[in-house]
Design a protein. Structure first.
Length: 104
């Protein structure tokens, strides 16, 4: 099964998180690491902490919107939590439905 649409979360060198959408993960991460993305260019290096793959653009964009409307701010408030690399763990779950966030 081909899952061409991706949502990713980067942790920047200053502790901030960046959430983005792409159809080419390798090319987009290269752009971040070369300083070609405005938000992250002065926060290098960046570390990929989460990657979710989706079969269509709508599901990917819906998940990105979900992350950007609150969950991303939770990550900025506390650095003691990290995402695990399984999209099913966070896939459209409300915060109160999550029982815990596991560290790597």
């Amino acid at each position: 099964m081909n899952l061409p649409y991706a949502i990713y979360i980067l942790k920047c060198s200053n502790g901030q998180y960046y959430t983005g959408y792409t159809e080419n993960v390798d090319k987009r991460l290269e752009a971040h690491n070369k300083g070609n993305v405005n938000f992250t260019k002065d926060k290098l290096p960046v570390e990929l902490v989460h990657l979710s793959l989706f079969p269509n653009k709508k599901k990917a964009c819906d998940f990105e919107r979900y992350l950007k409307t609150g969950f991303e701010r939770l990550l900025e408030i506390t650095d003691s939590y990290k995402l695990i690399g399984m999209s099913s763990f966070f896939h459209f779950m409300r915060p109160k439905e999550r029982t815990k966030i596991e560290n790597f």
